[in-house]
Ligand binder design. Structure first.
Ligand code: ADP
Ligand code: MG
Length: 238
């Protein structure tokens, strides 16, 4: 059974159609990358999956359940943003556990999950710090920790590394790939960076102007690009 399906998903803002009938199946445990130039609709599609934007038409399922009209909190997803969106007045531990506190989970359970996520992300020694006393990479790990403690069926990442410098980006790429291997969870990762797409993805979805140009493994896209757009985009450096 597919973990996530999109059927003819469309989205318009006023008269402007920005997602033009996207079909997609994501298997459980798959690492799927949405790649394409700025403005092609990557974030909008991710926000539709998250439930932060409503589809104009089409259907979505997660875990076999129709979630087309479900609230974000009912979808079994957790999203990691580019901007981290950490709370400056809270410690790392409080930031990681915040969603669970909101959901009124027992304190002992929150502490246990925060400790486990911190261990996974090598943040244990930083749990009492405030975000301003962290490096960019550490902040990004906290944002990922906040997603991990919610035990989502599907992780959604929107250009999580674009605020980091090149060497840190390469390191975090590896860390996210390792995290995927360790958690064995389904992940959807948005980027405009071909290198991230080619090195991290099990499956790449190439978007152009709100429509899917091609879906395939990095090797399939590299060997058999379906269109000149895909050939140019995958072939050209950033
Ligand atoms: P990407 O993430 O690939 O850069 P986006 O999904 O952010 O692209 O945007 C796709 C298109 O939708 C762009 O033309 C953008 O201007 C438009 N768009 C996104 N959000 C809104 C909105 N809330 N209202 C109007 N237009 C929007
Ligand atoms: Mg975007």
């Amino acid at each position: 059974m597919a973990e996530l399906t999109l059927k003819q998903v469309r989205k318009s803002f006023g008269a402007l159609e920005v997602i033009k009938g996207v079909d997609l199946e994501v298997a459980s445990g798959e690492f799927v990358v949405f790649v394409g130039p700025s403005g092609c609709g990557k974030s909008t599609l991710l926000r539709i999956i998250a439930g932060l934007e409503e589809t104009t038409s089409g259907r979505l399922t997660i875990g076999g359940k129709d979630v087309t009209y479900a609230e974000p909190s009912e979808r079994g997803i957790a999203m990691v943003f580019q901007s981290y969106a950490l709370y400056p007045h809270m410690t790392v531990a409080e930031n990681i556990g915040f969603g669970l506190s909101l959901a009124r989970r027992p304190k002992a359970e929150i502490a246990e999950k925060v400790a486990a996520a911190a261990e996974t992300l090598q943040l244990t020694h930083l749990l009492q710090r405030k975000p301003k006393a962290l490096s960019g990479g550490q902040r990004q790990r906290v944002a990922i920790g906040r997603a991990i403690v919610r035990d989502p069926r599907v992780f959604l990442f929107d250009e999580p590394l674009s605020n980091l410098d090149a060497s840190l980006r390469a390191q975090m790429r590896l860390e996210i790939s390792e995290l995927h291997a360790r958690l064995n969870s389904t992940m959807i990762y948005v980027t405009h960076d071909q290198v991230e797409a080619m090195t991290m993805a099990d499956k790449i979805v190439v978007l152009n102007g709100g429509a899917v140009e091609q879906i395939g493994s990095p090797m399939e896209l590299y060997r058999n690009p379906a269109t000149p757009f895909v050939a140019g985009f995958i072939g050209s450096p950033k």
